[in-house]
Ligand binder design. Structure first.
Ligand code: C2E
Ligand code: CA
Ligand code: CA
Length: 748
């Protein structure tokens, strides 16, 4: 390459010298001089084109476009001289043809476009808008300056050339454009490997501009004479343009363009500002009030600058908006985010303080959300959050705001909220989640737990408000989830109790603090006791008897429900054997099984083991489950079928309170339904109709029906009117849950 460069340099020098020699030698022979003046540039252009071939081969397509444009320019140079030569040879005409003039202008246009294209490549992904404005401003400045100092004097100097003014104007304008762009590119590439390539290209263009200016000056002042210094200068320009290709190196080009183009774009304003400042400066110097090229140029530049600033401002405003949006919104759900919450809550507290206003914050978290992520994957988990967010947004009014502050944690700010309003909103939210969410092919039931704290009653700083909402939510969760809790001072005590219970629950079995109570199940028609339901009690050393509603959810949460459940099953079965041994052979035993216990992988084996150890007849055993096992319908059905194969009866507890009740009947293998006691508490007309309908459906499906919570004779009478055999009852009327000893007494 170095050798090529050297020989090219030697060639350029020799070729120029011979051209100059030729022109000097034939000073007096116009024909021969024109012959040389047209032939040398043709050879020069051809060689220059030839030098462009190597980069064309090694560069990528987008860089090739630049080369193609340059090559077209050089070919036009060739063509203009060729026409001149042909004109000479055929017509003996030595004058430079007008066509050649026009072709040369086109040639300059191609250079100009090529440079523009190159600059665009350097700017790459950056927007072209401001860049084009900058070029426009510089051009206006440059043209007005050159018009004022160069073209105008030339025209004034020689009125003969008025007719070809457009040509005179076009040349300098294109020259200025080319000069500007090539300097600009040279400036942008100054720290890259392309530095030398564009140094020579810029040198080439400047030589051309000097030649053009000189030509123009000589022509107008009448000093021009074919064969001046101008021709070799033009030739030198063409050769320098070709020569730049010796510095093209492919790898560096790609690499550096990527690394540097971004940095350099900050400099783009420098040249521009200098040009306008210079223009302003010389305008101040030019005297008189009448319009001249400089003033027009300055005026136009200022207009363009103003337009540019407006467009930049617009763009900035849009960027700022985007920035703001991303800073305060959650990417996944589009809800407001934590930062937004912190900002809002602070200003809201200040506002509420100054104006004696109230507001509430609601902390919401989806129950067992981790399960979804763990079993269905994070993709589904994310979609579930999105769907959940939509539902949340739909359940609150437009004046309230919902924020996503963590994984599955949301905060809702309720302005001017009263206790009733909070309850109302919380209820609406809970209701809206009673329908399963559709995520892809899944129907997922997810429930929220909500904790609410109010300003100023429950706290005056955002920390305490959040802490108290969190405490309330914790309580809502420990009470069995899918509910809301409002903060109160007593709640803290309640929480403390919960925590203590949770800690002590683990030892309750070993400390023998659990005891089973039994509640009779009777035949409604005969009133005879046919079985018992085992109900667990915790006899706590300090708190006294704790009902299962309070500690079963805790045990579920911690997983202890599995071992506790085994304990219950074992003791209930042993009790049944004892009673049967005492002569009550017909008795059955119902045992409650929680979802978590049922879904535990060892559940089935645990049941089998208890059956073996106690030797209880499986047909006398009934397991009570709730319809929440529907969440995992396939596994549940399999386990239920296994249990029934052994001979165990399955009953659905609290039937009618869930939302999937009827589909439970269709899809699960069960023996009994226990109608929840809420249906018969007041026994209004609709309730009676409901009980009757459920009873009939159950009986039609050959299921036994147990009606829970019978407390009064009145209820019994009504029930007897609508029921027939195979309907059983349970409730305080027939017997409260009591100890085994007392239960046995009622049997006699
Ligand atoms: P459940 O299975 O629906 O049990 C019936 C509940 O209703 C019992 O409350 C019982 O005392 C109460 N009850 C019975 N008849 C009447 C009546 O006429 N009026 C009223 N107002 N209530 C009546 P308890 O014993 O407090 O049990 C509450 C819940 O705790 C049970 O509801 C059951 O879901 C759960 N549970 C109890 N023992 C166990 C257990 O060993 N394991 C599991 N997993 N859950 C249990
Ligand atoms: Ca039960
Ligand atoms: Ca029940």
């Amino acid at each position: 390459m170095t050798r090529n460069k050297q020989s090219a340099t030697v060639f350029i020098l020799l070729f120029l010298a011979s051209f100059y020699g030729w022109l000097w030698f034939y000073t007096d022979n116009t024909w021969m001089k024109v012959f040389g003046a047209s032939l040398f540039p043709m050879i020069g252009a051809a060689i220059s084109i030839y030098w462009f071939i190597r980069p064309y081969r090694i560069l990528t397509i987008k860089h090739r476009i630049f080369i193609i444009l340059m090559k077209i320019g050089l070919s036009l140079h060739f063509l203009s001289s060729f026409i001149w030569l042909v004109n000479l040879l055929i017509h003996g005409d030595t004058d430079y043809p007008a066509v050649s003039f026009i072709i040369r202008i086109t040639e300059y246009m191609f250079y100009f476009i090529a440079l523009l294209y190159k600059l665009k490549l350097l700017y790459k992904s950056l927007s072209m808008g401001p860049f084009l404005f900058n070029i426009l401003i510089f051009m206006i400045a440059a043209i007005s300056i050159s018009y004022y100092y160069l073209i105008d004097p030339i025209i004034k100097l020689s009125s003969d050339y008025q007719s070809i003014v457009p040509v005179f104007v076009l040349f300098p304008i294109l020259d200025i454009g080319i000069a500007f762009l090539s300097i600009y590119i040279f400036y942008m590439t100054r720290y890259t490997e392309e530095y030398k390539t564009f140094l020579f290209l810029t040198l080439g263009f400047f030589t051309q501009i000097i030649a053009d200016t000189l030509y123009l000056y000589l022509l107008v002042s009448g000093l021009f004479e074919t064969g001046t210094i101008v021709y070799p200068l033009w030739l030198l320009a063409i050769l320098l343009i070709g020569f730049c290709n010796f510095y093209v190196e492919v790898y560096e080009v790609e690499k550096k363009w990527h690394s540097n183009s971004f940095l350099n774009q900050r400099d783009s304003g420098l040249l521009l500002n200098l040009s306008v400042i210079y223009l302003a400066f010389i305008v101040l110097q030019s005297t008189g009030w009448d319009w001249n090229a400089l003033k027009i140029g300055l005026f136009l530049s200022i207009i363009v600058i103003v337009i540019r600033q407006i467009s930049i401002m617009k763009k900035h405003r849009m960027l700022l908006h985007n920035l703001w949006y991303h800073a305060y919104h959650d990417k996944l759900t589009g809800l407001f985010n934590r930062a937004s919450y912190l900002k809002d809550i602070e200003s809201l507290i200040t506002f509420a303080q100054e104006n004696q206003r109230k507001f509430a914050i609601m902390l919401l978290d989806f129950d067992r959300f981790k399960n979804v992520n763990d079993t269905l994957g994070h993709g589904i988990g994310d979609q579930l959050l999105q769907e959940g967010s939509v539902r949340l947004k739909q359940s609150i009014s437009t004046s309230d705001r919902v924020y996503r502050v963590g994984g599955d944690e949301f905060i809702i700010i309720l302005q001017d909220a009263t206790v009733d309003y909070c309850k109302e909103v919380a209820t609406t939210i809970l209701e809206s989640f009673s329908r399963a969410l559709t995520v892809g092919i899944y129907q997922i039931s997810i429930t929220p737990s909500i904790g609410i704290s109010m300003y100023p009653e429950n706290g005056t700083t955002y920390e305490t408000l959040l802490k108290n909402a969190d405490t309330s939510m914790y309580l809502a969760k420990s009470k069995g989830r899918n509910q809301f809790e409002m903060y109160s001072a007593e709640l803290n005590q309640e929480i403390a109790r919960k925590m203590q219970l949770e800690n002590e629950l683990a030892q309750a079995v070993s400390k023998n603090e659990f005891i089973l109570h039994y509640q009779p199940k009777v035949d409604l028609q005969t009133g005879k006791i046919i079985g018992a339901e085992a109900l667990l009690r915790w006899e706590h050393p300090t708190f006294g008897v704790i009902p299962p509603d309070e500690f079963i959810p805790l045990a579920e949460e911690t997983g202890q429900v599995v071992s506790i459940g085994n304990w219950v099953l074992f003791h209930a079965c042993k009790q049944l054997i004892e009673w049967q041994n005492n002569g009550f052979h017909h008795l059955t035993m119902s045992v409650n099984v929680s979802v978590r216990q049922f879904q535990h992988k060892d559940f089935l084996n645990g049941v089998k083991k208890v059956l073996e150890e106690t030797e209880v007849n499986p047909r006398a055993l009934e397991l009570e489950i709730t319809e929440s096992i529907m969440q995992n319908i396939e596994d549940s059905t399999r386990i239920l079928n296994e249990l029934r194969k052994i001979g165990i009866n399955i009953s659905i507890d609290d039937f009618g309170t869930g939302y999937s009740s009827l589909s439970v009947l269709k899809s699960l293998p069960i023996d009994t339904i226990k109608i929840d006691r809420t249906f018969i508490t007041d026994l209004s007309k609709t309730d009676i109709a409901m009980v009757k309908t459920i009873m009939n459906i159950g009986l039609n499906l050959q299921l036994k029906v147990v009606i829970e919570g019978v407390e009064t004779e009145e209820q019994l009478t009504t029930l007897l009117e609508i029921s027939n055999q195979d309907v059983f009852g349970q409730g305080y009327l027939f017997g409260k849950p009591v100890t085994a000893k007392e239960f046995e007494k009622t049997l006699n």
